[in-house]
Design a protein around this ligand. Structure first.
Ligand SMILES: [Zn+2]
Length: 322
């Protein structure tokens, strides 16, 4: 039987656990993220993995962590986590590996979503895939010829910080006019405020987005203008990424992929306006909220992602063809 792997999406508010076999989720578990520090997080991660192991009646052969933050080149340390600053510098994978005596790998959460979708979701059968995860921010991942592009200093695949408007709004990364400032919950909320869209008054960005998508579909011109802008940004990004990598597919993940029908026409128009650039097929993510945990679990199929653990890691056979 193929190995049972656990994946955990380590977010600022929730820990999403999944038991995964052959890229399919066989059991899930969710807990709130403790805010009392690294030791409390490791204890909660170990406890959650124990709960999952009891539920499926089997211990995992490995555990992958998708962490909201920037990781060191070997994945061993969390260099910087905007939502969990107490994690900065923590050797999270090693601490959990020691606690459970199971090999553990860690990777950026958006990279995990892209890896999961590429291997077991909307990218199955494609060799060159980019994934844009539109949530609070705009996470990105590139999977090229079977490799998850990690880059150096944890900076690879940060597609949300490609600049689409040089004089655009300031971004949390220190730049201006990043794609994230438009194609994200935060960006949509900002555009809604700027354009005076009254449908979003008093709503959080997370609640505003579905209301805005509904309004755009119902013919609200201001709402439709905002979804059009998101589409233009996605088309511009997609055309540029295609020029670099010759993509087979561009996967749109995260909560905003529900608006892909609204974004796609503007994306195609924007790509055509850039000198008839081809736009790779835009497809909605197939794994939904499971993408992060599934990709984390499948990090043990990513030959270039380092593992840490007290048990000798099973041999990983070279290059993986997606
Ligand atoms: Zn930025």
């Amino acid at each position: 039987m193929t190995p049972l792997r656990f994946g955990v999406d380590v977010g600022g508010t929730r820990l999403k656990f999944a038991a995964v076999r052959d890229g399919r989720v066989i059991c899930r578990h969710v807990e709130p993220t403790p805010r009392a520090g690294v030791a409390a997080l490791v204890t909660t991660l170990a406890g959650g993995c124990g709960t999952l192991a009891s539920a499926v009646g089997e211990s995992p052969t490995s555990i992958g962590l998708g962490v909201a933050g920037v990781l060191s080149d070997d994945g061993a340390r969390v260099l910087q986590s905007p939502n969990m600053p107490w994690l900065d510098g923590a050797p999270l994978a090693e601490l959990l590996a020691t606690a459970l005596a199971v090999p553990v790998r860690a990777e950026n959460d958006a990279n995990c979503i892209g890896w999961g979708e590429a291997r077991a979701g909307a990218g199955e059968g494609a060799r060159r895939v980019a994934c844009l995860a539109l949530g609070t921010g705009l996470g990105g991942a590139l999977v090229l010829d079977g490799w998850l592009l990690r880059g150096g200093r944890g900076r690879g695949g940060e597609l949300g910080h490609l600049i689409v408007q040089a004089d655009g709004p300031a971004c949390g990364c220190g730049g201006r006019g990043c794609a994230e400032q438009f194609a994200s919950q935060t960006g949509i909320a900002r555009m809604a405020a700027e354009t005076g869209w009254v449908g979003g008054l008093g709503l959080t960005p997370a609640a505003l987005v579905p209301a805005l998508l509904d309004a755009a579909r119902s013919g609200d011109a201001i709402a439709a203008g905002i979804t059009d802008r998101v589409g233009v940004v996605l088309g511009t990004l997609g055309a540029r990424l295609d020029a670099l990598f010759g993509l087979d597919r561009l996967i749109i993940a995260g909560g905003l992929c529900a608006g892909l029908d609204l974004f796609a026409p503007a994306a195609l128009r924007a790509a055509a306006a850039l000198g008839d650039r081809p736009l790779p097929p835009l497809v909605a993510a197939a794994l939904g909220g499971d993408g992060g945990p599934v990709g984390a679990a499948m990090l043990f199929d990513a030959p270039q992602v380092a593992a840490t653990g007290v048990i000798a890691e099973a041999a990983v056979s070279g290059r993986v063809d997606a």
